[in-house]
Write a protein that binds this ligand. Structure first.
Ligand code: PHE
Length: 456
């Protein structure tokens, strides 16, 4: 079948803006509000933030473009898309493994993502029941520790999140997703701005800004640079099949470049906004910026408990965070489901439940890693940390490396140019330069520095 008339088996977005919304929904999630602030905190702040921004612009945007146009041309699940496009350019069918590993990475990420989304859901209920009133840092710490040390409760939230995700994906993405993102994204930004208004009055806003934007490069290690790279992939949903999959539902003549830039900009905006809220609260309450995954659950309840109408705002905020997580979770499940449908001819519903069930089982490992299995470590990481490290820091950058190499070196140049359908020759040339040289070089340099070949 030639490229121009290939159709997706799962439908199409109703317009290119719906695609941008859906992909932004996939990109903006726990990665921006939960993960970015805590890993920036662990890595000393501003220098890490700066490197991360450079990675988003130089690696993230060209790779977003590549994934979108590969998906739009292939119109199948990422494994089949890679295989078909490789064959069309006279290359080996084994390029499909890049897609397979992407799908697997998304599956593994989802397994822990649902557990963390479950924390947010628990906090939404806590907020609604009025628990966030006159809290001290002590209270908040105990509240969080009680939650994560209770596997039954964690499992219950994890189950609800994966069930909802599965149900939405089983129904087909378009209708439900489109409506929820259209409402959710602006609402989320408004609430973040309300929170920003609050922290402006904490008296510690400048200190927060300094932590985030005044780089001290001595605080940065090669492990930190790898984390910044991994997070650029994670937060833009790259190399997990999600963006390639969503690209497969994109109408033919939408601008890939504009879409990629919009997604990256919206995603970065939310990450920076969240951090500008979290760190002033950290400093105002003498909390530690490097306390890890519990960071937002230690800081935000304090802020809400001190502000007028805190219960209302807190409830809204955590509900929206759950929505933001769900729109990402859906995009993480979709490639596995499309794979099962296309490869094994399962019905969409069956495929969604089979994949959802698998994710649920693996997620139990993360549930237990905060309590019974907390001391069970491999390479110094518990189960949750291992899943996170393996996916974000290894599989995603590796997947991104191969995607860039494929699109810029192995795909026939005229096929790539036609697939990107750029607004001008300059855009195509800029994309190809980044994807041919900058992206592979940057990823390889970071890997080399981590394994100790290169000293930075
Ligand atoms: N980008 C999402 C976030 O920041 C997570 C995600 C990763 C979603 C990979 C899809 C694919 O929360």
């Amino acid at each position: 079948m030639s490229n121009s008339n290939r159709q997706s088996l799962h439908g199409e977005w109703s317009s290119r803006w719906v695609f941008v919304l859906a992909a932004t929904g996939a990109a903006v999630g726990l990665g921006n509000v939960w993960k970015f602030p805590y890993i920036a905190g662990v890595n000393g702040g501003a220098a890490f933030v700066l490197i991360y921004l450079v990675f988003v612009m130089l690696i993230g945007v060209p790779l977003l473009m590549a994934e979108i146009f590969l998906g739009r041309t292939g119109r199948r699940n990422p494994a089949l898309t890679m295989r078909e496009l490789a064959l069309e350019s006279g290359r080996s069918k084994h390029w499909k493994w890049v897609g397979v590993i992407g799908i697997l990475s998304g599956f593994l990420i989802l397994s822990y993502y649902c557990v963390i989304a479950g924390w947010a859901l628990d906090y939404a209920f806590k907020a609604a029941s009025g628990s966030f009133q006159k809290l001290s840092p002590e209270h908040v710490r105990n509240m969080f520790n009680e939650l994560i040390s209770n596997p039954v409760e964690l499992l219950q939230w994890h189950t609800i999140i994966i069930l909802v995700t599965t149900m939405i994906v089983a129904r087909g993405v378009q209708a439900g997703l489109e409506r929820s993102i259209r409402l959710m994204f602006p609402a989320m930004v408004i609430l973040l701005l309300v929170l920003l208004g609050y922290v402006l009055n904490t008296g510690f806003f400048d200190e927060g800004l300094e932590f985030l934007f005044k780089p001290d490069f001595s605080a940065l290690t090669s492990a930190g640079v790898l984390m910044a790279l991994g997070h650029a992939f994670f937060t833009l949903s790259l190399a997990t099949g999600s963006i390639m999959m969503y690209g497969a539902y994109l109408p033919r003549h939408a601008s890939v470049t504009v879409a990629a830039v919009c997604i990256a900009a919206a995603d970065t905006f939310v990450a920076l906004l969240s951090s500008m809220i979290i760190f002033p609260i950290v400093f105002a309450n003498q909390l530690e910026p490097d306390q890890g995954p519990g960071l937002i659950f230690h800081t935000l309840p304090l802020a809400f408990s001190n502000m007028p109408h805190g219960t209302l705002f807190a409830t809204l905020f955590f509900v929206l965070l759950v929505f933001a997580a769900l729109t990402s979770a859906i995009s993480l499940l979709e490639p596995s489901v499309a794979y099962l449908v296309e490869k094994y001819h399962m019905s969409r519903t069956k495929a969604a439940y089979v994949a959802g069930m698998g994710v649920w089982v693996v997620g139990i490992g993360t549930v237990l890693s905060f309590n019974h299995w907390a001391d069970l470590k491999l390479f110094g990481h518990n189960f949750f940390e291992l899943m996170d490290y393996l996916t974000a820091n290894i599989l995603l950058p590796l997947g991104g490396l191969f995607i860039a190499i494929f699109a810029a070196w192995f795909m026939k140049s005229d096929a790539a140019e036609k697939a990107l359908d750029a607004e001008s020759d300059r855009v195509f040339k800029w994309w190809r330069f980044c994807s041919r040289y900058l992206v592979p070089l940057a990823i390889l340099l970071v890997f080399a520095s981590v394994v100790g070949i290169l000293k930075i």
